[in-house]
Structures are given as C-alpha cells and as structure tokens.
Ligand binder design. Structure first.
Ligand code: IPE
Ligand code: IPE
Ligand code: MG
Length: 250
C-alpha cells in the first residue's frame, strides 16, 4: 500500500471511537438507465447524464478530504447488455477525457483505472491510458475508475499472480497471508473502502470489490445516479460518521 494514506482501519480499531472522514469511498453508480426511461429517453442519455455526476461528486469528495474515490463504471457482467449500449458506455472515457481533463488538472485529481483493461476496445484503452498519464503527477484525490471490473475476477487474477510467485520459488504455500492476497488485487495501492454507496435502490454488491469490502460500511439510497447530488453525498458521509466500526471487537 502506498505510504500516502492514513491507515484508517488501524487508527479506528478502538471501540467507541467515532470514525472521521472516510479515506476510501467506493460507489456503485446505478440507475442511469431508469433515469432516462422515466423521462421517455434512451438509456444512453442516462449514461451521459451520469458522467456529470462523476464530476460533481469527485469535487465534493475532494473538498471533504476523501483520499480515494472508486467508482464502478462498467462491470465484467455488463457485456451482457445490448451492443449499442456497451459501445456507448465504452466511448464515455473519451468524452470524459476531452471534457474533464482541464478540471481534473485544476483540482489536482489523479485518475487510476482498475479491471481487465486489456480486454477493452483500443479506443477506450487509449483514453484511459492518456488520462492516467496526464494526471499521474497530481497528488490530490485519487479517482479510481473500475472498468471491466469484477470482484471475483479480481481475486482470480490475484491468485494467478500468487501462483506464479509460488511456481518461481518466490514464496511458499504455507507462508500465504491475507496481506499477500491484498497486495495482488487491483487495489493493492489503496486501503480497503471505508464506505460503499450504492444508488438506485438496489441492495446488492453486484460483484464489486468482494475481498476489499470485508469491513466496509454500506449506505444505500433510492436516488438514481444522474440525480445523486453533493447533498446526498454529504448525507452518506455524515451517516458514516455516526457508525461505530468494531471489526469484530466488542
Ligand atoms: C449504471 O446504470 C451504469 C452501468 C451499469 C454502466 P444502469 O445502466 O445499470 O442503470 P439501470 O440500473 O438500468 O437503471
Ligand atoms: C453494477 O450495476 C455495475 C455498475 C454500476 C457499473 P448493474 O446495474 O450492472 O448491476 P445489476 O445487474 O443490477 O446487479
Ligand atoms: Mg443497473
């Protein structure tokens, strides 16, 4: 894990200590399609609107002092959608790059991407590589976009890396620890999410960060992602701050 983060989990292990600002917030941005359908519009318009929310929530998270904001943008199961919708979603990183890059720079945001990026179309890959490269030296909030991401496949790719270490004699099976698995996940640079937000009223994980959410606090809202406001985000943070995290203690 990078030295730049506070290890919130360790700092807040004492019982009854009110947690402060979450270091890492993860969001399942859901409800774009329903937002559009409610207005008699094509689903893709919902995805376009949802991109505006990404901008406002990143700014808000930055202002609040969140250090990592991970957004679920495209899951490894979203390939099941109609091709026209997939194509539209996978063009969004290019739009994001052209419309958001100056603002990301001005706000000192570092963009990262996690998931099976190698399987994305080359135009999507190019856009995400460019935005990561252009923002690599920024040391403000990390905007971590989960693209072609699945929690189970994250664990599978981690186990393959670990298996290769064993095969090469770099470690022994009996020496495997939880930290060694965490260090092979896409999120190896970040602390586990303190808070998970899911919009649109669905109460499930949909294969998001399964390993990493062992002790995350969950907050759900019926608000659809394109309508999700900075006030809604502030409410989630405030609810988080009332929670008592016990990590199995009393
Ligand atoms: C979330 O919105 C965005 C992606 C999954 C890419 P949806 O497209 O899932 O919207 P609903 O859930 O159908 O309303
Ligand atoms: C989860 O939302 C994936 C993203 C937000 C990118 P989905 O809309 O794909 O999840 P399900 O299908 O309702 O579980
Ligand atoms: Mg959905």
């Amino acid at each position: 894990m990078l030295g730049r983060f506070f290890n919130h989990q360790k700092e807040t292990q004492a019982v009854d200590v009110k947690t402060d600002v979450p270091v890492h917030v993860a969001v399942i941005m859901d409800g774009n399609g329903r937002w559009a359908l409610k207005r008699g519009l094509p689903r893709n318009i919902g995805h376009r609107e949802g991109m505006k929310t990404i901008h406002s929530i990143t700014e808000s998270a930055n202002d609040i002092g969140v250090q990592v904001l991970t957004l679920f943008a495209f899951s490894s199961e979203n390939w099941l959608r109609p091709k026209t919708e997939i194509d539209f979603i996978l063009r969004l990183p290019e739009r994001f790059l052209s419309s958001e890059l100056p603002k990301l720079q001005a706000n000192n945001v570092q963009v990262r991407v996690m998931g099976a990026v190698e399987d994305l179309p080359s135009h999507t890959k190019k856009a995400v590589e460019t935005v990561m490269h252009e923002t690599a030296d920024n040391d403000g909030i990390i905007l971590n976009l989960a693209l072609n991401y699945g929690g189970r496949s994250d664990i599978v790719q981690a186990l393959k890396l670990l298996g290769s270490d064993i095969e090469q004699g770099r470690c022994q099976i009996e020496d495997i620890t939880e930290d060694m698995i965490s260090d092979k996940l896409y999120t190896s640079d970040f602390p586990d999410p303190d808070l998970l937000i899911r919009t649109s009223g669905e109460i499930r994980l949909s294969n998001f960060m399964l390993w990493q959410m062992a002790y995350s606090e969950f907050w759900f809202t019926d608000v659809l992602w394109p309508d999700f406001s900075t006030e809604d985000f502030a409410e989630a943070i405030s609810v988080f701050q009332q929670r008592k995290r016990r990590y199995g203690g009393v």
